[in-house]
Design a protein around this ligand. Structure first.
Ligand code: DGJ
Length: 726
């Protein structure tokens, strides 16, 4: 049984294959966090709460209830009654007071996992997952709170969500509904997050946890380039294979807060949920609100195990696409080849050459619609630009198909250009505050997707394009973040709902798209990698990782991204040099090998390649076909990181049977007068014999002595090795 309630101890034990999460009921009233860590059998662990120590607990020491609330490990802390740490829940009542005290009322344990209304969430069959529902009520507010914990039996994950129900007679205003809180005694923790900016997303940051609050957060309306909805606490010195890690990841694509707080007594609180800034939700009597899902995992084998747990969860329980376990076509995208400067003839020239090289999918990027010859117009006018493409998208797609390639198209459905027929007809459809200038970003505004009629309209525009052409792939872009938050359709006391309603609108649109076009390969994108989050993975099996296609910058971006996401999700392309963003020149081979650690493709003008480069393209495609299944399905191990001042960037994937492995090793800047080195592999079978480049090695030799990496003779040298068990 994954979930056990010890009635005598009043302890809930939530067991995954290797972990236990335990919750206790204190004073028949409070839900307190008891334990999270390595799996334990016995539920007699109530002593961990030290309830007999003063000043705890209220039934023994009511005069110090405030101290109890402010220091006890709480399962779901609330605002206003005496816990001054970051709360998870804050309600304003009809009179303007901000306090709640939801008292434990009872529990249910059910097989399976509930769906979250209108939101992405992990899923599982009833035989591998069960859910604990903890019911609490605040009689003063007339509020019912349900804390939901789904426990997986095939992967070390517990997911959480919270449902709030107004069972009283008055409306209340939810000002904060975080999803998860984890209170623990400090263990010299460090906290880890993935931070960055446009073109340098998801770099790994690791800092000591000090007193006070430290957080990563987005209130940009999307998860963002700058922040990833992820936070982990690691015991000091934790590495790839050793040390304890407590991690949370948010299955959500909008504003979020992921915070760690250390209090005066050395207790640490980790919280995650929708960012309370800019959030208020009016809950009328009889209505419910559900918070998006948080995924929690614990690893006592360092970051490597954490990574593989996330990968397993997302592959088996989040991504729904029929492409999940299928070969992805090698694509060519015309963006960096032409930007807006193309016509049908040019596109067909590129496609013709690409098909001769073995590329399987041609993607027409931005600039095919309205009057769009630069980024300053036409978003919202989803009709083909006949000046550029006289025969239309339907005919073009057929011509591409006739070359033996599939056809894909770029769209940016969430946006509206000030210079567009759509904006001229519906100026109130843009998110805006009346009387205030709408802040432009990339010369565009954001559609108010909280409104059903706008979602319906824009869906129909995009679906019409897809219905009338042979389109097997869509790149869904989103090129700006949200500002001047206001909706013409929401009353004053509901404007605080717009950020979240917008995200729900995006989810509605994507759900409709993949329902009407179930065979579509959808790739999400947001100005590169600004919406690379688990929420998006529920709709698309791959996400464009970054606008930065430089192979060296990609090492850092892809290392950070792969910390949480399987390689099969990471959009990666070979582009031209000097690289358009950093001006760096790297070998064609290196660009190819780095892009192979993702959904391999090209983003350059193949008609301009030299004969030698064309030969390399053919070889790279052949190589990708050979290893694509291993890259897509294999277990991922980080080996070396140049971000951490190691000699190279190296990583590998190993199949489930440990019979095959693919290893990458990329040295960045070459250094003079240096010996080669030995790269120790991971995840192999110590007993098995593997062949690498005609030589045989035992698994334990490869893992303990390593493979030989000869000194590089120039900068940016990439090497790939294939190991097969004999
Ligand atoms: C941002 C994307 O990340 C690029 O790949 C490209 O599609 C442009 N937008 C097009 O405007």
């Amino acid at each position: 049984m994954a979930i056990i309630y010890d009635e005598k101890e009043q302890v809930f034990m939530l067991n995954t294959p290797n972990t236990t999460y335990a919750i206790a009921v204190t004073d028949e009233t409070y839900l307190c966090h008891l334990y999270y860590g390595k799996k334990i059998q016995d539920s007699h662990i109530r002593y961990l709460l030290r309830e007999d120590e003063l000043p705890f607990v209220p039934s023994k020491n009511f005069r110090e209830k405030n101290t109890f609330l402010d220091t006890f490990p709480m399962e779901y802390p609330e605002t206003g009654m005496g816990d001054y740490r970051q709360s998870a829940f804050c309600v304003r009542d009809a009179e303007g007071h901000r306090a709640s005290a939801c008292i434990y009322k009872g529990y249910e344990i059910k097989a399976g996992k509930p769906k979250l209304p209108g939101m992405p969430a992990t899923f599982a069959e009833e035989d591998v997952c069960s859910t604990l529902y903890l019911h609490c009520e605040d009689p003063v507010l007339g509020l019912r709170l349900c804390l939901m914990y789904s426990v997986f039996e095939d992967v070390d994950v517990i997911t959480r969500s919270v449902r709030v129900e107004n069972i009283g007679g008055n409306p209340v205003y939810l000002e904060k509904v975080l999803t998860a809180c984890l209170d623990m005694a400090d263990q010299s923790f460090e906290w880890v997050s993935l931070c960055g900016a446009w073109a340098r997303e998801r770099h790994i940051q690791r800092l000591p946890v000090g007193y006070g609050r430290q957080n990563v957060a987005s209130f940009r309306g999307e998860s963002s380039h700058q922040e990833q909805p992820f936070i982990a606490l690691a015991t000091k010195g934790a590495g790839e294979e050793e040390g304890e890690i407590y991690a949370m990841h948010f299955v959500y694509s909008g504003n979020f807060l992921a915070q760690v707080e250390k209090n005066a007594y050395g207790y640490v609180r980790m919280t995650m949920g929708i960012h309370p800034e800019g959030f208020t939700w009016k809950l009328e009597p009889g209505n419910e609100f559900t918070a998006p899902e948080v995924v929690m995992t614990y690893s006592c084998q360092g970051f490597g195990k954490m990574t593989r747990t996330f990968h397993e969860l997302y592959r088996n329980h989040l991504i729904r696409s029929p492409y999940l376990h299928k070969a992805r076509p090698v694509l060519i995208n015309n963006w960096e080849a032409t930007y807006f400067d193309f016509d049908e003839k040019k596109l067909l020239e590129i496609a013709r050459e690409a098909s001769e090289l073995g590329i399987e999918l041609f993607v027409l990027d931005d600039g095919w619609f309205g009057k769009r010859n630069s980024d300053n117009c036409s978003l919202g006018d989803w009709k083909v630009n006949r000046e550029k493409i006289p025969s239309g998208i339907g005919k073009l797609s057929k011509e591409i198909n006739a070359l033996g390639m599939k056809f894909g198209i770029w769209v940016e459905p969430e946006m509206i250009s000030p210079d567009s027929d759509l904006f001229r007809a519906h100026p109130d459809w843009a998110i805006q505050i009346p009387g205030r200038e709408i802040t432009q970003s990339r010369c565009q505004y954001v559609l108010d997707l909280s409104r059903d009629e706008i979602v319906d309209y824009i869906y129909e525009q995009i679906a019409e394009v897809l219905r009338n052409a042979e389109i097997s792939y869509v790149k869904w872009d989103m090129n700006r973040q949200l500002t001047t938050i206001g909706s013409a359709a929401l009353p004053a006391d509901r404007q605080g709902e717009l950020y979240h309603r917008y995200v729900l609108g995006v989810y509605r649109l994507q759900e409709r798209l993949i329902t009407e076009f179930p065979d579509l390969l959808l790739e999400n994108c947001s100005g590169g990698g600004a919406r690379f989050d688990p929420g998006m993975l529920y709709y698309s099996p791959q996400i464009w990782c970054s606008d930065d296609t430089d192979a060296v910058e990609r090492l850092a971006i892809q290392e950070g991204t792969a910390m949480l996401y399987p390689l099969s999700c990471i959009g990666a392309h070979v582009s031209a040099c000097p690289n358009h963003i950093v001006g760096r020149v790297t070998p064609f081979e290196t660009r190819g090998q780095v892009a192979m650690a993702g959904t391999f493709g090209y983003e350059l003008d193949v008609t301009k390649l030299s004969e030698e480069e064309k030969e390399q393209v053919k070889e790279q495609i052949q190589c990708y076909h050979m290893y694509q299944e291993l890259i897509r399905e294999g277990d991922y191990y980080r080996l070396l990181s140049s971000q951490q001042m190691q000699r190279a960037d190296a990583w590998m994937v190993v199949d489930r049977e440990k019979k095959k492995a693919l290893i990458w090793c990329v040295t960045v800047l070459n250094a003079p007068n240096q010996d080669g080195f030995f790269l120790k592999l991971k995840g192999l079978d110590s007993e098995k014999i593997y062949r690498i480049n005609e030589k045989e090695y035992q698994g334990d030799v490869l893992m303990n002595c390593g493979i030989r990496i000869k000194p590089a003779t120039k900068d940016f040298v990439s090497r790939m090795f294939y190991a097969e068990c004999i």
